[in-house]
Each structure stands twice: as structure tokens, then as C-alpha cells.
Design a protein around this ligand. Structure first.
Ligand SMILES: [Fe+2]
Ligand SMILES: [Fe+2]
Length: 381
């Protein structure tokens, strides 16, 4: 047996002489051996020392070895128990195994047999300990990895959120850039987005189509940036040549969008927002079933806001009159399903939606101005 000063042995043996011999011999091998003579004393000793192995006699006063096995195993499951019994008591030994003993030796035994049994018990204890350590390590590992995954996923969702915000603010900045040329009334893009969202919900668009519609609505006319002022700012109707030029804004928009990371379908909606149901639109004169639902919605929302907020020609219509005009063009220029959806919403609700979008846009501009001013102050400080 490999002697180790860290091995703690408990011997519960009522035959005093035998107990002393065992204690002496096992101590000589470098073990720390505690000898007791009954079950009660064994339990008390176990409460004070963490025993690696307990060698228990089955026949003892006060408490049988079987009961002691049971209590020891319940309270100190890491202590490996060996019972010793006479050949005639072998059924007790088997009973003890059922109550948590690991092994048994039969009397009379040699010291070598006891040493071999203790060694087996120690080996078992080592396996038990390392298996528990392994389980503990595994639990720690799983918990650490779970934390890492949670952390990574929250970092990822924060990054995606920030990316989405950055993308959105870039698109908004483009919309604002267009407004600086006084093409549309302030907040036109944001109101068109708000109207599109409401109509998209009513027409039960899926989440990707909704996202594409929203992005397309925000930058639908960005290509007008490339249209000459003489055409863009012209008061009164455009001549044929000017119209051709103006209509090229769709193509310019698509060119500007080329380098952008946009939701699938956004480009197609922008490309088709001037197509008409009757095939009389531009740039491709697509007919009804070739026009995407997103483009049909955008066409209605765009015209609705243009009619109700246009400033340059002092030709602003009331919401009621704009709805009448959309109804008049339903089935020819506009998709009747979209116009129907629009008419199902009370006029006052459209007014509120439009106001809210304009206010949000103004608040965002204020925030940007304050941010720019504080950045400027920090730089010049
Ligand atoms: Fe347009
Ligand atoms: Fe527009």
C-alpha cells in the first residue's frame, strides 16, 4: 500500500486487541488512524474528521455495523466503507453492502488482506473525488459558456441595434439632404414613411416587406438631388424635355442606393414608385400584376402627402379632398386595395399620423443641432 500522511482511516472494532493491532500496523504505514469501539463513537469521530476510509466490524455493541454503515453513508458519502465479518455472518456483510458499504473482508484475515482492501477503497475514493471534480468543472464550464453566450448575444443585439440606428440615421440624413433643395415640404419623407407603415399593417405585409417599404419610403426621391434646379424649382408645368429629365430621378435614386446595405426589396419598391396600375407610369410602364405591393402603397402614400402638404404652388388640398382625388384615380393610377385601406382610416387619424411624423422629425433635427453644437463646443474648448 502506498503510504500517505494525508490518508485518514477510521477503525470501528469492539475487539480491543484486534483494533489496536490494526491501528498500530496501519499507522506504521503513515496513515492517520482513529480507533473506536462502538458505532456511536464512530459517528462522533466522523463528525470531527473527514475520513477517507472506514473499517467497520459488523457485530458491535450499541449499534450494529449495518446501522453504522447506513448512517455513515448518509452523512459522509465520500468516506469509503469496508465491513469485516466472520464467514458465518456473510449475509450481514451483504446487507451492509446494500446500506452503502463498498467492500467487505472476512475474519480471520491477514494484514496484507486488510491493506489490499484499504487500497481498493482508496482507489475508489479517488475515482469518486475526480468524478465529482469533473462534474463540478463541467458545471462551471457550462455556466461560464452560458454566460459568454448570453453576453455575446446581448453584445450582438446591441451592435445590430446600433447598426440599424446608424443605417436609419444615414437614410434620414439623405432625406434631409433632399429637403435642403426645397423639393418637398419639410418632413415629407417621414410622413410618407408613417402613412406607408399604417397602410402596410392594414394590408398585412410581412416583416421583411414592411422593413423594405419603410426604407424605400424614406429615400424614395433621393435621386432628385441630381435633377437641375431649373427643373426642380420650376413654377408651373414642365415641358416634355423637362419631364423626361425629372423622371430620371428614379434612375438617379437607384444609382445612389447602389452602395447601400438595404433590406431586400427596397430598391425594387423605389424603382416602381411611379409605375401606374394601368401601365401608364414610368420608368418601365409596368402593368398591374408586375408592380410590387410595396410600390403600390408608396405611390398612394406619396401622392397623399404631396397633395396635403405641398407649399410651392399654394395648392394644398384638405385631407378630405386628397382622399377624394385618390378615390378618383383608384383602379387606373392607384391600387384600389390600397385606396380602400386608406379610406377605412378616419381622416382625423391620418391628420394625427402626419402631425406626429412632422413633430418627430423636428425633434430629431433639434437633437442633431444640439449634438453638433456640443461637439463644436468641445472641439473649440
Ligand atoms: Fe418620386
Ligand atoms: Fe415623394
Amino acid at each position: 500500500m502506498t503510504a500517505s500522511p494525508t490518508i485518514n482511516l477510521l477503525i470501528a472494532e469492539d475487539e480491543e486487541h484486534l483494533g489496536l493491532v490494526l491501528q498500530k500496523e496501519l499507522s506504521r504505514l503513515g496513515n492517520h488512524v482513529v480507533l473506536v469501539h462502538d458505532g456511536q463513537a464512530a459517528l462522533e469521530a466522523a463528525g470531527e474528521t473527514d475520513f477517507d476510509v472506514a473499517l467497520i466490524d459488523i457485530m458491535m455493541p450499541k449499534m450494529t455495523g449495518i446501522d453504522l454503515c447506513h448512517f455513515l453513508h448518509e452523512s459522509y458519502p465520500d468516506t469509503v466503507i469496508i465491513v469485516e465479518s466472520a464467514m458465518t455472518e456473510i449475509h450481514y456483510a451483504i446487507e451492509a453492502l446494500r446500506h452503502g458499504a463498498f467492500d467487505y473482508i472476512t475474519k480471520p484475515y491477514t494484514l496484507a488482506e486488510v491493506q489490499a482492501a484499504v487500497e481498493r477503497a482508496l482507489h475508489h475514493r479517488l475515482l469518486l473525488t475526480s468524478s465529482k471534480q469533473y462534474d463540478r468543472r463541467l458545471e462551471e464550464l457550462v455556466s461560464a459558456r452560458t454566460d459568454e453566450v448570453h453576453e455575446a448575444s446581448s453584445t450582438l443585439s446591441a451592435a445590430l441595434k446600433s447598426l440599424a440606428l446608424t443605417k436609419q440615421s444615414t437614410l434620414s440624413a439623405l432625406a434631409v439632404a433632399l429637403e435642403t433643395r426645397d423639393v418637398d415640404s419639410p418632413g415629407h419623407s417621414e410622413r410618407v414613411v408613417a402613412y406607408c407603415k399604417r397602410l402596410g399593417i392594414m394590408l398585412e405585409l410581412g416583416s421583411v416587406d414592411m422593413a423594405a417599404l419603410e426604407q424605400a419610403a424614406l429615400i424614395h426621391d433621393i435621386g432628385k438631388i441630381a435633377v437641375p434646379d431649373s427643373i426642380l424649382m420650376k413654377k408651373g408645368p414642365l415641358n416634355e424635355q423637362e419631364l423626361v429629365h425629372m423622371r430620371r430621378h428614379v434612375d438617379f435614386s437607384l444609382r445612389i442606393m447602389r452602395g447601400m446595405d438595404l433590406v431586400d426589396g427596397t430598391r425594387e419598391i423605389v424603382a416602381q414608385h411611379h409605375e401606374r396600375l394601368d401601365g401608364g407610369g414610368y420608368p418601365k410602364a409596368l402593368s398591374a400584376d408586375k408592380i410590387l405591393i410595396g410600390a403600390r402603397i408608396l405611390a398612394v402614400a406619396d401622392a397623399f402627402d404631396a397633395m396635403t402638404s405641398e407649399r410651392r404652388y399654394d395648392s394644398t388640398r384638405t385631407f378630405e379632398s386628397a382622399i377624394d382625388e385618390l378615390r378618383r384615380c383608384s383602379g387606373t393610377q392607384f391600387d384600389p386595395r390600397v385606396v380602400d385601406a386608406l379610406t377605412r382610416v378616419p381622416v382625423d387619424r391620418w391628420r394625427e399620423i402626419g402631425h406626429a411624423a412632422t413633430k418627430m422629425r423636428a425633434a430629431a433635427q433639434d437633437r442633431d443641432r444640439i449634438k453638433a453644437a456640443s461637439l463644436h463646443a468641445a472641439e473649440t474648448h
